[in-house]
Design a protein around this ligand. Structure first.
Ligand code: MG
Length: 234
């Protein structure tokens, strides 16, 4: 690793800055309750497992949109509404309202305890950015001010580990890839992908698991953002 070359640090979001699993479980429960109250025929006809199957089928049907989780969720809800007997003229509105209910819950993310102080420390020395395949809203979560650039797969038109996503990041920062340190929890999306375009990489290994033996190792591993601050030798 060459810390001296790093001008900007780009973070993955889910499972890097906060634990996303409990957030998603709660958001699904809130959406289910909302649908039961407002449009009960949808959950009666389409239990959660079936909705997941429909969303996966839609991603296969529309590979051009498979990177856009917001589209997949809204379109699946719209189709389910029609199939459950609601007027097709209302399906778009129903899907929108349901998505808004889910998305509000999805943005109730609580950063890991060390994240905000570490971002403040790192932000004094490096430009900070995010690149996520998910649809978290950093403004709603309350951390947007830490980041100069925040990119999402849906807006980019491609998802990690597509090399175009990392090149778009470098362009947005007007930096060479070698000047960007990418930090995240997913080996392919956050290490192998950014490395393929020449970025330095740090694997966020909060669970203290083993790096997949078949993959080229990251430049460094940390267990939290305090580890990253230490790594960058403050
Ligand atoms: Mg992640």
């Amino acid at each position: 690793m060459n810390p001296g070359a790093v001008r900007a640090i780009c973070f993955d979001l889910d499972n890097t800055l906060w634990d996303i699993e409990p957030v998603l479980v709660r958001a699904e429960r809130i959406l289910a309750d909302w649908l039961h109250r407002r449009y009960p025929r949808i959950p009666q006809r389409f239990p959660h497992a079936l909705m997941l199957e429909m969303r996966a089928a839609l991603a296969r049907e529309r590979p051009d949109m498979a990177h856009d989780f917001t589209f997949l969720r809204r379109e699946t809800l719209a189709r389910a509404a029609v199939a459950a007997g609601y007027a097709s003229a209302d399906a778009g509105r129903i899907a929108h309202e349901a998505f808004v209910a889910w998305h509000a819950a999805r943005n109730r993310c609580t950063p890991y305890a060390e994240v905000l102080p570490a971002l403040a420390t790192l932000g004094r020395r490096f430009r900070l950015a995010t690149l996520s395949n998910g649809n978290a809203d950093l403004g709603v979560i309350g951390i947007a001010h830490h980041f100069e650039v925040s990119l999402h797969a849906a807006a980019l038109g491609c998802a990690k580990p597509d090399a175009r996503a990392y090149r778009a990041l470098a362009r947005s920062l007007t930096l060479e890839p070698a000047e960007i340190l990418f930090v995240g929890d997913e080996p392919h999306a956050d290490v192998i992908g950014p490395r393929s375009v020449g970025m330095q990489t740090v694997w966020m290994n909060r669970d203290k698991g083993a790096w997949p033996a078949a993959l080229t190792a990251p430049d460094a591993c940390v267990c939290d953002l305090d580890g990253l601050v230490t790594l960058l030798t403050f």
